[in-house]
Design a protein around this ligand. Structure first.
Ligand SMILES: [Zn+2]
Length: 445
């Protein structure tokens, strides 16, 4: 008997945590944190006391499920919840977005965490360049084509295209048949072939269940979506017309396709791409992965690294890029020669950069979720203050609803289980049989 319990990603985008049990085998597919996790109890400086009391606050406020044999001893200390030796055979991460992997930080260090080779590189770079910590684990890396035997069942990761490299879907070969998990995926990105490979392989299996993401499964799609190629061509037009003015852009920190897009735009328009030091570290780290082709920050003449002057000396890993540093004053003098990556929380650099009036700003992320988004308001205040034009170009990391519909029709699984969607009910319009999971409630297939 195969059973599934979903502890997150139910009626919400993100927070995926799916337990699959078959005979003695017990594995988790992803262990993410929901968007807005704990926001009903915590805000600003009022935070969970994780560092001091482990999971105590989260358990007390019913923010985390009490699952025996999952958590580390440290995290359970003082929670009143009994520590048990690990009772799971592995956690399989689909990709490195925090809504799919953040909560491995609470997991027992002896439970193996399986992840793509590229995913591990991105994780290490993220931890090395920020306060992000996933904790000590028995990390085991794989590549597409590998099959991982876990206590009698086989797990087969296959690459998909998403807005971060090294994203995977899974085929879990249970005794009853194949259970497929899409992870997050798209068909309109620069590497759509990866998703095709996944779908081709899945179709051969005639799965007994398809756990399918539905980020863009909604009554209507309000936000504009472009393909990666369109983001590139529109951005190129803007840069071409910018003349002696500065072009500034912002995008998600690990969206390597977008980094590549702006690098190519810079190259094509004779500008240099000034990346943040974290982006530089990520590019250099991923350069080690044979599957991902990227420019070398230290050798490539089209890339410079933005150096922010801070009160204290920069850490060692930042100093590795010293030869490529460019500061705000130099950016100010060379505005017409550059495309600058500037994250929202570094907008105070505008004070020193003083962009020429009429400079361009390309917001290359999702449009704000809520209308009264304070960050969005502050962003626009800065842009207005310095006279920058705002442009919105973004290619989503997810399939559209019609694409999901055709994927389901193509795979023709016995049952579809929606995940990572605010409108799981809408899957009933797209599949013959849909199982709507209840958070934390086990069901069999
Ligand atoms: Zn994702």
């Amino acid at each position: 008997m195969v059973s599934i319990t979903m502890y997150g990603g139910v009626g919400e985008i993100g927070g995926n945590k799916t337990l699959i049990e078959d005979g003695k085998a017990r594995i988790f597919l992803d262990m993410g944190q929901s968007f807005g996790f704990g926001e009903e109890f915590f805000a600003g400086y009022l935070m969970a006391r994780t560092g001091r009391v482990g999971l105590r606050d989260f358990f007390e406020l019913d923010l985390m499920p009490k699952i025996p044999g999952l958590y580390s001893k440290d995290m359970l200390d003082g929670t009143g919840f009994k520590y048990r030796k690990p009772m799971f055979d592995g956690i399989f991460l689909s990709h490195i977005h925090f809504d799919h992997c953040q909560h491995i930080a609470f997991a027992h260090p002896d439970i193996p965490v399986h992840l793509g080779e590229g995913t591990k590189i991105i994780k290490d770079s993220w931890e090395a360049t920020s306060g992000q910590k996933f904790g000590e684990h028995d990390y085991r890396t794989f590549r597409t084509g590998d099959r991982i035997d876990v206590n009698g069942i086989e797990v087969e990761p296959i690459h998909v295209d998403h807005s971060v490299p090294a994203a995977y879907g899974y085929i879990v070969h249970t005794k009853k048949g194949a259970v497929v998990y899409t992870g997050d995926f798209r068909q309109h990105g620069s590497h759509k072939k990866l998703t095709e490979d996944f779908l081709d392989r899945v179709k051969e299996e005639r799965p007994i269940a398809l756990i399918c993401e539905g980020t863009r499964v909604a009554p209507e799609e309000k936000r504009k979506n472009y393909t990666e190629a369109q983001v590139k061509s529109h951005s190129k037009q803007i840069v071409k017309k910018a003349g002696k003015k500065l072009v500034v852009t912002t995008f998600y920190p690990r969206d390597v396709d977008r980094i590549r897009t702006f690098y190519e735009v810079a190259k094509a328009t004779g500008r240099k791409f000034v990346v943040s030091v974290r982006t530089a570290h990520l590019l250099q780290s991923l350069g080690k992965d044979r599957g991902i082709k990227l420019p070398n920050v230290m050798k490539n003449k089209h890339i410079l690294v933005f150096h922010r002057e801070l009160a204290k000396a920069p850490p060692l890993w930042e100093r590795d890029f010293e030869k490529k540093w460019i500061g705000s004053d130099e950016v100010r003098r060379r505005q017409g020669e550059l495309i600058l990556q500037l994250d929202f929380w570094h907008f105070n650099e505008f004070v020193d950069i003083r962009p020429k009036k009429g400079s361009e700003f390309i917001h290359s992320k999702s449009e704000p979720f809520e209308e009264n988004d304070i960050e969005n308001e502050v962003k626009h205040n800065w842009l207005k203050r310095y006279g920058l034009h705002h442009h919105q170009y973004h290619a989503s990391g997810h399939c559209s609803m019609p694409e999901i519909k055709s994927v389901i029709a193509d795979i023709d699984p016995k049952v579809v289980i929606p995940i990572h969607s605010e409108y799981p009910n809408l899957f009933k319009r797209m599949a013959k049989k849909v199982k709507l999971p209840v958070k934390g409630k086990k069901f069999t297939i």
